[in-house]
Design a protein around this ligand. Sequence first.
Ligand code: MSP
Length: 627
Amino acid sequence: MSKKFYLTTPIYYVNDEPHIGHAYTTILADVLTRQSRNSKIDTYFLTGVDEHGQKIQQAAELRGVSPQAHCDEYMQRFKDRWTTLNIQYDQFIRTTQASHKKSVTHLLQDLWDKKLIYKDEYEGWYSVAEERFLTDKEYEEGEWRDVKRLSETNYYFKMSQYQNDLIRYIHDNPEFIQPDFRKNEVLGFLNNPLGDLCISRPKSRLSWGIELPFDTDYVTYVWFDALTNYISAIGYPHDMDNFNKWWPANYHLIGKDILTTHAVYWPTMLMAAGIPLPKTIFAHGWWLMGDMKMSKSLGNIVRPLDLANKYGIDALRYFLMREMTPGQDSSFTLDIFINRYNSDLANDLGNLVNRITKLVGRFFDHKLPLNKQPSAEDEELADKALALNKLNIEAFEKLRVNHAIDNVMSLLREINRYMEAEAPWKIAKQNPERAGAVVYTATETLRLAAGELYAVMPEKISALLEILGTSSKDMLSNPRWYQWNFLADNTVLGETPGLFPRIELEQKQQPAPKPKKAQVPTVTFEEFQKIDIRVATILKVEKHPNADKLLKLQVSLGDEERQIIAGIAEFYSPDELIGKQVSIIANLKPVKIRGELSQGMILAADDGSNVAPLAPFKEMKPGAKIR
Ligand code: MSP
């Protein structure tokens, strides 16, 4: 690593609900920057939110607030999550902040002055839903709603002119795009002619953006605005000393879906501005829910706080860092999470700490005796413990956080094997000296191994080190900490207050968030109008004679009474329902359900664990039409 370390995450769309994908990148950035700070490297960690664009403008309109007020409120959700997840960023940038806007304006003006931006008319198929022009191929092959032919005058950045320079740069700088297979993807993309980049939107279509300094009828297109955050945050162009201190970034951490924008748009923008390129753009894979994509529309988003609240912040941080091989996709299920937690944290680490502190408590009055006569086995373990730090620094430098964690876990398992083989509890009475030597060796090895997990689990590891009679402060400030025999003779060991309690099965059986059906077909208004939905008042309820889960209801539609069979016996007793109003589909073809006639259907909300019939907001005449 160089003397300074500047690392960025993508800036997240402020509208989005923070989910595990966002949390992953941000925790990865936090772990890498903590690690770098621990190595006494000058470090800067930037994250933030992307606040301009049509979606944000629309969301604000829907809520009846100004876009700025909407952003002010929504960006707080990201800030709060990051605080809870113990993320120590240096700056949280917002693209609506004045310094950022100035920076984007400066860059635009610079490229305009250099004649690298020009105005042109474009006619094509425009998707209103996607907010962009489709290529002819996309238009022909895809199924698009809301597409119209649009001709628009816009501003274009002469990106095509940098195609060859970029290809050469990528070849000359093998570290520039990582992992390698992503680099090849970008080179493949660059095999085709690179077009120019549309960088504006007319204000008639989008007003929530940064105005073009050379034409105030236009705002900047979001990517031009968003990518610039990486330089505006550190002072471009208002504080060039600070900018030169940090730039070029060591890593832009991104997800694979935003590779082209980062590995093609961004470097060509920088080349045009005469700014050096970032050292490495690292594209990680996606967290999948089982084997499905995680998305709002599928309803299978994992909220990081739900997990952190239930199982602990550090457990979540550990899982995300251990389970994903950076670059590849990873599967998230509650089962995988719990298995990983139980096997690594509760068993291999937690049990070892318990075992050691109990032994020292029981046989040595809580005072750890120094190992004055190490055996060959003791020395072998000590050598491995002392080699770990260097091994892990190398793994971290290559962003192989999961390998670094693996190295620690292998050593912990080795301590466990060593303890089994030496069995100090068996010899403690006859040979307390040897028993003490074994426990000391195990404790020293555990101390050095646990220290390597500090960046991943800062809270838990701090607590653990205190139990071992040291602290994370010692680790960070005392160079002797990484040497053997750091723990003095008779160091008092604390009790373990159950650092990583096992997650028991009954918790495990709780259902994982259920993915919703991927595609619900659309219906026309005419089709919808065929359904006759009405308010009904429940007059009488009894149990269905032939089925436990069903109830038999008599309802009034004002001028008519009906019998309806409803599957809600598990949720409501007959008494709870009598006199209540519900909504029913009144023109459903009557059927017999388990021998009883049903003349309609009650509408009810179902979230997988609860069912609630839908009632009108206030008392209505029975039979009132719902539309
Ligand atoms: N605002 C842009 C980024 C601009 S950076 C100059 C954006 N925002 S985003 O909120 O949609 O996505 C941010 C990041 O989250 C992307 O890197 C994306 O890959 C990542 N993820 C979104 N879903 C994800 C998973 N399921 N798993 C892992 N990361 C994923 O794009």
